[in-house]
Ligand binder design. Structure first.
Ligand code: FES
Length: 253
Protein backbone atom coordinates (compact mmCIF):
# COMPACT_ATOMS: atom_id res chain seq x y z
CA UNK A 1 0.00 0.00 0.00
CA UNK A 2 1.37 3.43 -0.88
CA UNK A 3 2.36 5.72 1.95
CA UNK A 4 0.26 8.87 2.37
CA UNK A 5 2.21 11.35 4.54
CA UNK A 6 0.51 13.26 7.30
CA UNK A 7 1.62 16.87 6.93
CA UNK A 8 0.89 19.77 9.25
CA UNK A 9 1.04 23.28 7.80
CA UNK A 10 1.26 26.49 9.83
CA UNK A 11 0.09 29.23 7.48
CA UNK A 12 0.27 32.96 8.07
CA UNK A 13 -3.17 34.53 7.87
CA UNK A 14 -2.10 37.45 5.69
CA UNK A 15 -0.25 35.68 2.91
CA UNK A 16 0.12 31.89 2.72
CA UNK A 17 -3.37 31.22 4.07
CA UNK A 18 -4.78 33.63 1.49
CA UNK A 19 -2.50 31.92 -1.09
CA UNK A 20 -4.07 28.58 -0.12
CA UNK A 21 -7.49 30.13 -0.49
CA UNK A 22 -6.60 31.43 -3.94
CA UNK A 23 -5.28 27.99 -4.90
CA UNK A 24 -8.65 26.58 -3.79
CA UNK A 25 -10.87 29.02 -5.69
CA UNK A 26 -8.62 28.74 -8.75
CA UNK A 27 -9.09 24.94 -8.59
CA UNK A 28 -5.35 24.31 -8.51
CA UNK A 29 -4.68 20.65 -7.87
CA UNK A 30 -2.42 19.53 -5.05
CA UNK A 31 -2.48 16.44 -2.80
CA UNK A 32 -4.81 16.68 0.21
CA UNK A 33 -2.24 15.49 2.77
CA UNK A 34 -1.72 18.79 4.57
CA UNK A 35 -3.84 19.82 7.56
CA UNK A 36 -3.64 23.55 8.08
CA UNK A 37 -3.37 25.64 11.23
CA UNK A 38 -3.83 29.34 10.57
CA UNK A 39 -1.60 31.66 12.57
CA UNK A 40 -1.62 35.45 12.51
CA UNK A 41 2.07 35.56 11.58
CA UNK A 42 4.74 32.93 10.90
CA UNK A 43 6.61 34.47 13.85
CA UNK A 44 3.92 32.95 16.08
CA UNK A 45 5.12 29.43 15.29
CA UNK A 46 6.94 28.40 18.43
CA UNK A 47 9.48 25.57 17.96
CA UNK A 48 7.47 23.78 20.64
CA UNK A 49 4.59 23.37 18.14
CA UNK A 50 6.91 21.60 15.71
CA UNK A 51 8.43 19.28 18.33
CA UNK A 52 4.95 18.41 19.58
CA UNK A 53 3.66 17.71 16.09
CA UNK A 54 6.57 15.35 15.43
CA UNK A 55 5.95 13.61 18.76
CA UNK A 56 2.36 13.02 17.64
CA UNK A 57 3.62 11.14 14.60
CA UNK A 58 3.25 13.88 11.99
CA UNK A 59 5.49 13.00 9.02
CA UNK A 60 6.33 16.55 8.01
CA UNK A 61 5.74 20.13 9.17
CA UNK A 62 5.53 23.09 6.80
CA UNK A 63 5.73 26.69 8.05
CA UNK A 64 4.72 29.38 5.58
CA UNK A 65 4.86 33.12 5.94
CA UNK A 66 4.94 36.36 3.99
CA UNK A 67 7.94 37.11 1.80
CA UNK A 68 10.78 38.95 3.55
CA UNK A 69 9.86 42.62 3.83
CA UNK A 70 6.12 41.88 3.53
CA UNK A 71 5.32 40.73 7.07
CA UNK A 72 2.22 42.45 8.43
CA UNK A 73 4.01 42.89 11.74
CA UNK A 74 7.24 44.03 10.06
CA UNK A 75 9.72 41.46 11.37
CA UNK A 76 7.63 38.43 12.32
CA UNK A 77 8.95 36.36 9.45
CA UNK A 78 12.52 37.24 10.43
CA UNK A 79 11.75 35.86 13.89
CA UNK A 80 10.11 32.83 12.31
CA UNK A 81 13.31 32.15 10.39
CA UNK A 82 15.47 32.37 13.52
CA UNK A 83 13.16 30.04 15.45
CA UNK A 84 13.05 27.68 12.51
CA UNK A 85 16.86 27.64 12.22
CA UNK A 86 17.10 26.69 15.87
CA UNK A 87 14.54 23.92 15.40
CA UNK A 88 16.56 22.58 12.46
CA UNK A 89 19.72 22.55 14.56
CA UNK A 90 17.99 20.51 17.26
CA UNK A 91 16.43 18.10 14.77
CA UNK A 92 19.75 17.55 13.00
CA UNK A 93 20.85 15.65 16.12
CA UNK A 94 18.30 12.95 15.32
CA UNK A 95 18.19 13.26 11.53
CA UNK A 96 14.64 14.60 11.46
CA UNK A 97 15.60 18.07 10.20
CA UNK A 98 14.63 17.14 6.65
CA UNK A 99 11.03 16.65 7.77
CA UNK A 100 10.40 20.34 8.33
CA UNK A 101 10.38 23.21 5.86
CA UNK A 102 9.98 26.98 5.87
CA UNK A 103 8.92 28.94 2.80
CA UNK A 104 7.38 32.25 1.84
CA UNK A 105 4.15 32.38 -0.19
CA UNK A 106 2.16 35.54 -0.85
CA UNK A 107 -1.61 35.95 -1.13
CA UNK A 108 -1.34 36.21 -4.93
CA UNK A 109 0.73 33.03 -5.34
CA UNK A 110 -2.00 30.41 -5.54
CA UNK A 111 -0.13 28.41 -8.18
CA UNK A 112 3.10 28.58 -6.24
CA UNK A 113 1.27 27.48 -3.07
CA UNK A 114 0.12 24.32 -4.86
CA UNK A 115 3.65 23.71 -6.16
CA UNK A 116 5.51 24.09 -2.86
CA UNK A 117 2.98 21.95 -1.01
CA UNK A 118 3.12 19.20 -3.67
CA UNK A 119 6.89 19.35 -3.66
CA UNK A 120 7.08 18.99 0.13
CA UNK A 121 4.59 16.11 0.16
CA UNK A 122 6.62 14.31 -2.55
CA UNK A 123 9.76 14.87 -0.53
CA UNK A 124 8.19 13.39 2.63
CA UNK A 125 6.70 10.54 0.62
CA UNK A 126 10.22 9.69 -0.56
CA UNK A 127 11.52 9.77 3.01
CA UNK A 128 8.77 7.39 4.12
CA UNK A 129 6.84 7.41 7.40
CA UNK A 130 8.33 9.20 10.39
CA UNK A 131 10.11 6.80 12.76
CA UNK A 132 7.97 8.33 15.50
CA UNK A 133 4.67 7.57 13.73
CA UNK A 134 2.45 4.52 13.73
CA UNK A 135 1.67 1.99 16.43
CA UNK A 136 5.28 1.40 17.46
CA UNK A 137 6.98 4.78 17.50
CA UNK A 138 10.70 4.84 18.23
CA UNK A 139 10.65 5.49 22.01
CA UNK A 140 14.24 6.69 22.05
CA UNK A 141 13.48 9.36 19.45
CA UNK A 142 10.33 10.34 21.30
CA UNK A 143 12.31 11.05 24.48
CA UNK A 144 14.81 13.07 22.46
CA UNK A 145 12.02 15.11 20.87
CA UNK A 146 10.51 15.76 24.29
CA UNK A 147 13.90 16.95 25.54
CA UNK A 148 14.24 19.26 22.53
CA UNK A 149 10.84 20.74 23.27
CA UNK A 150 11.93 21.47 26.85
CA UNK A 151 15.34 22.80 25.80
CA UNK A 152 13.96 25.11 23.09
CA UNK A 153 11.55 26.61 25.63
CA UNK A 154 14.23 27.56 28.15
CA UNK A 155 14.77 31.25 28.89
CA UNK A 156 18.33 30.94 27.62
CA UNK A 157 17.36 29.63 24.17
CA UNK A 158 14.46 32.08 23.85
CA UNK A 159 16.77 34.96 24.75
CA UNK A 160 19.43 33.87 22.26
CA UNK A 161 16.92 33.52 19.42
CA UNK A 162 15.22 36.80 20.28
CA UNK A 163 18.43 38.79 20.58
CA UNK A 164 20.49 37.35 17.76
CA UNK A 165 19.95 40.27 15.40
CA UNK A 166 20.57 42.86 18.09
CA UNK A 167 23.77 41.14 19.18
CA UNK A 168 25.13 40.68 15.66
CA UNK A 169 23.98 43.93 14.06
CA UNK A 170 23.98 46.50 16.87
CA UNK A 171 26.91 47.63 18.91
CA UNK A 172 26.76 47.03 22.66
CA UNK A 173 27.44 49.69 25.32
CA UNK A 174 31.18 49.31 24.64
CA UNK A 175 30.76 49.91 20.92
CA UNK A 176 31.35 46.22 20.13
CA UNK A 177 29.56 43.85 17.76
CA UNK A 178 29.39 40.11 18.39
CA UNK A 179 30.82 38.49 15.23
CA UNK A 180 28.34 36.10 13.62
CA UNK A 181 30.80 33.24 13.87
CA UNK A 182 31.20 33.81 17.59
CA UNK A 183 27.44 34.04 18.05
CA UNK A 184 26.93 30.73 16.21
CA UNK A 185 29.51 29.10 18.43
CA UNK A 186 27.68 30.30 21.56
CA UNK A 187 24.34 29.29 20.06
CA UNK A 188 25.47 25.77 19.12
CA UNK A 189 26.96 25.16 22.50
CA UNK A 190 23.75 26.43 24.20
CA UNK A 191 21.70 24.02 22.08
CA UNK A 192 23.90 21.12 23.14
CA UNK A 193 23.94 22.08 26.84
CA UNK A 194 20.23 22.79 27.16
CA UNK A 195 19.41 19.55 25.38
CA UNK A 196 21.55 17.53 27.82
CA UNK A 197 19.99 19.38 30.77
CA UNK A 198 16.50 18.66 29.45
CA UNK A 199 17.40 14.97 29.09
CA UNK A 200 18.57 14.92 32.71
CA UNK A 201 15.40 16.63 33.92
CA UNK A 202 13.11 14.28 31.99
CA UNK A 203 14.97 11.26 33.27
CA UNK A 204 14.86 12.46 36.89
CA UNK A 205 11.13 13.13 36.49
CA UNK A 206 10.71 9.37 36.33
CA UNK A 207 12.94 8.48 39.31
CA UNK A 208 16.05 9.68 41.17
CA UNK A 209 19.38 8.53 39.73
CA UNK A 210 23.13 8.64 40.15
CA UNK A 211 25.43 10.44 37.71
CA UNK A 212 26.58 7.07 36.40
CA UNK A 213 23.02 5.89 35.66
CA UNK A 214 22.22 9.15 33.92
CA UNK A 215 25.39 8.91 31.84
CA UNK A 216 24.49 5.38 30.75
CA UNK A 217 20.95 6.37 29.82
CA UNK A 218 21.84 9.57 27.97
CA UNK A 219 25.03 8.06 26.53
CA UNK A 220 27.40 10.86 27.42
CA UNK A 221 30.41 11.18 29.65
CA UNK A 222 29.66 11.19 33.43
CA UNK A 223 31.81 14.31 33.85
CA UNK A 224 29.49 16.20 31.48
CA UNK A 225 26.45 14.94 33.39
CA UNK A 226 27.94 16.11 36.68
CA UNK A 227 28.78 19.52 35.24
CA UNK A 228 25.17 19.96 34.11
CA UNK A 229 23.72 18.58 37.36
CA UNK A 230 25.58 21.33 39.20
CA UNK A 231 24.10 23.95 36.88
CA UNK A 232 20.61 22.49 37.34
CA UNK A 233 21.16 22.53 41.10
CA UNK A 234 22.04 26.22 40.79
CA UNK A 235 18.74 26.72 38.95
CA UNK A 236 16.93 24.87 41.77
CA UNK A 237 15.68 22.23 39.34
CA UNK A 238 17.65 19.31 40.77
CA UNK A 239 18.80 18.39 44.26
CA UNK A 240 20.63 15.55 45.97
CA UNK A 241 18.16 13.10 47.48
CA UNK A 242 20.54 10.83 49.41
CA UNK A 243 23.93 9.21 49.35
CA UNK A 244 23.96 5.46 48.83
CA UNK A 245 27.35 4.12 49.93
CA UNK A 246 29.54 6.83 48.44
CA UNK A 247 27.23 7.59 45.49
CA UNK A 248 25.04 10.71 45.49
CA UNK A 249 21.54 10.18 44.09
CA UNK A 250 19.88 13.15 42.41
CA UNK A 251 16.19 13.99 42.11
CA UNK A 252 13.94 16.68 40.62
CA UNK A 253 12.96 19.44 43.00
S1 FES B 1 2.24 38.55 8.89
FE1 FES B 1 2.78 36.99 7.47
S2 FES B 1 4.70 36.38 8.19
FE2 FES B 1 4.19 37.98 9.55
Amino acid sequence: MSFEPKILGFLCNWCSYAGADLAGVSRIQYPPNMRVIRVMCSGRVDPMFIFQALQQGIDGVFVMGCHPGDCHYLEGNYEAEKKFDMTVKFLKMIDLDNRIRLDWVSASEGVRFGQVVSDFIDHIRELGPSPVSGENPDENLLIKLMAMEVAAGTDRMRALVGRERKLIEEENAYGELVPEEKFNEIFDSAIHDEYIRARILLSLNKDPKSVKDLALEIEIDPSEILENILILKGRAQVDMQEIVGITPIYMRT
